[in-house]
Design a protein around this ligand. Structure first.
Ligand SMILES: *Cc1c(COP(=O)(O)O)cnc(C)c1O
Length: 386
């Protein structure tokens, strides 16, 4: 027996809904798409979906969406130029889980490996490495946020006795910088190292980079061994999700058959979200490659517009080539709070996710630009006093 909510409880729930609606309409500071509608999937919430086990193995448990999950993985493997008949993957709970999966695979292949990643790497990676007990070295970043290849090469050369595991960023959190996996491979060739692993953290850019011309060097064809992407970022999802794709021959070394579920325990979680694969499947089917391309083009156009507004106002903003992130000096604290602007060391960014209305962009810029100019003016005056 369940009882009705009290009036106070009902109010609380309604207020929360209004708050979420308001906050979701007023941000450009986080890489989260909002242009989705998954109403067609609501009926599935009536069932205890669970994609337990390996998506590609039969399972005793049948209240699942693994058929759709397999289609999603197949689509993504193709999009990311995975080697024919040698790919595997699953729908994760987010980019961090996929990153952990890539690092876990790398560690199983090279237990004595050394992990290299740049300063601009997502904060979750250090935690993942602590959990996995892997040795690591942080490599310098260039000004734009891309890894410093010279520092990478020098550092690997000093540790040649340990197989390198490169954690590459395909879109850093702050500046959306992309490490060049072809260049990283060239470093390995120059150093005559043939045992190494490259994981591509493509949380945001994994759904963008395949549609850019020229295509950035980030996928399996360029030398990645595994790729992790978030679903709630560029694709758009009401709950955090992601996809990880890896080479199947590497997975085969770590999978164990489990009698209780009648499947292989190849994934990090036991029970797995069965709703997220539906979200991915529905998005992929309704958008198709053309729709995904259009969303990328739309974002790029709006990033260009946003950057031009800052430049016109004499503000020192910039963006990486073909990126949807505009990097700028931080405005005043109340403006940061008001528009939920992720800010670090005096720098903030705006991320032009697909189909953001120009009206929203202008509303935010009309507030952010004067605030930055005011701070610039105050700095000039301060310098004059000194
Ligand atoms: C967002 C992000 C992550 C983490 O992904 P989640 O989906 O939030 O777990 C990892 N790396 C980068 C570069 C990111 O932008």
């Amino acid at each position: 027996m369940r009882k009705d909510l009290t009036t106070a409880e009902q109010h609380k729930l309604d207020n929360l809904f209004e708050d979420i609606k308001h906050h979701s309409e007023n941000f450009l500071g986080y890489p989260v798409s909002k242009d989705f509608n998954y109403d067609a999937l609501h009926r599935f919430l009536k069932y205890p979906l669970n994609n337990i086990g390996d998506p590609f193995m039969p399972s005793t448990w049948k209240v699942d969406t693994r058929e759709m999950e397999r289609e999603v993985i197949e689509f993504m493997a193709d999009l990311l130029n995975a080697p024919k008949n040698n790919w595997w993957g699953y729908v994760t709970n987010g980019g961090s889980e996929g990153n952990m999966y890539g690092l876990y695979l790398a560690r199983e292949l090279f237990p004595k490996g050394m992990v290299y990643f740049s300063q601009g790497t997502h904060y979750s990676v250090n935690k993942n490495l602590r959990i996995l007990n892997m040795q690591r070295v942080v490599i310098k970043s260039q000004h734009n946020g891309e890894i410093d290849y010279y520092d990478l090469k020098e550092t690997i050369a000093r540790n040649r006795h340990m197989p390198p595991i490169i954690f590459a960023n395909i879109g850093t959190t702050m500046t959306e910088a992309k490490d060049d996996i072809k260049k990283i491979k060239e470093i390995m060739e120059d150093l005559a190292i043939d045992e190494y692993y490259i994981h591509a953290d493509s949380a945001l850019s994994g759904m963008i980079a395949p549609f850019l011309k020229p295509k950035p060097n980030f996928d399996f064809a360029d030398g990645a061994d595994s790729i992790s992407i978030s679903g709630h970022k560029f694709l758009g999802s009401p709950i955090p999700s992601g996809v990880v794709i890896a080479k199947k021959n590497n997975i085969d070394r770590i999978s164990k058959s489990i009698a209780y579920i009648g499947s292989n325990d190849t994934t990090i979680p036991g029970s797995r979200n069965g709703f997220s694969p539906l979200v991915w499947w529905y998005a992929i089917k309704t958008l198709g490659k053309e729709g995904l391309q259009k969303r990328v083009d739309d974002s790029l156009k709006k990033a260009e517009y946003t950057l031009s507004r800052f430049i016109e106002s004499g503000i020192d903003a910039w963006r990486n080539t073909n990126s949807i992130t505009v990097v700028l000096p931080a405005p005043e604290q109340d403006v940061i709070e008001k528009w939920q602007l992720a800010t670090e060391k005096g720098t903030t960014h705006l991320i032009l996710m697909p189909n953001t209305p120009y009206e929203t962009i202008d509303r935010i810029l009309d507030d952010v630009i004067p605030s930055i100019k005011k701070k610039m003016q105050e700095n000039v005056e301060l310098e004059m006093v000194l």
